[in-house]
Design a binder for this molecule. Sequence first.
Ligand code: PEP
Ligand code: MN
Length: 259
Amino acid sequence: MSYVPYHEPNTITMFAGPCSIESAKQLDEVGAALSDLGLSWIRGGAFKPRTSPYSFQGLGEEGLKIMSDVGEKYGLKTLTEIVDTAHIDMVMSYISALQIGTRNMANFELLKAVGAATAENHKPVLFKRGMAATIDEWLSAVEYLTVGGNPNVMLCERGLRTFETSTRFTLDISAVPVVHKRSLFPICVDVSHPAGQVDLVPSLAKAAIAAGCDALMIEIHPNPPKAKSDASQQLTLPDFAELLEELKAVAAAVGKTIV
Ligand code: PEP
Ligand code: MN
């Protein structure tokens, strides 16, 4: 297994964007900000795996169209979560890279289908760790995605369910060096979902860079209090711009640039 082409050595890929794609205007504002900052990716959910059926479920295909338009307008690559085998062709037709979320890490039929669908086209896949999965289970499950021949897979640590309630999930920073020791997959750290609150995001992001992450995921929103999902953990666009400057300095200290 070699490093994925969509991750260059000595870079940290920034996957920033809203939790959910909510409207063309919302995503356009985020896309404009990311491109002004010189970043290359935008993230956002169109199919949201929500804890409650009464919560916002995402815009579905309309959201994918919005993301595709914003990606094209600002020259950004696009990342969105896939939750159903029936959506694979549709999502791949709009989006640069597929995310498999924590709730689907052990949905092996979805993994098999995504592995088969990306075997030839090598579409990048970001594979999150299950919130109650061991690193062994995660590194075993990722093979479902690569066994068909797609080498373009990046792992993503996003926090575990533990007895601790001060944070939304407990971020397992040690997953970064363990994954590097045990595999050749690059590893992203999603710092927003474990934080659950904006004020913890900067420290977790700096810790992830210091630990050697290859990518970061940070949720941002033009108007976080009005966000339709994960309102308390999304940074405003100016706060994100400020944080990015601090993160660039930490990245430089470990010989990396943020892209
Ligand atoms: C997300 O990144 O939008 C998401 C739902 O994350 P997770 O699967 O880690 O909860
Ligand atoms: Mn979210």
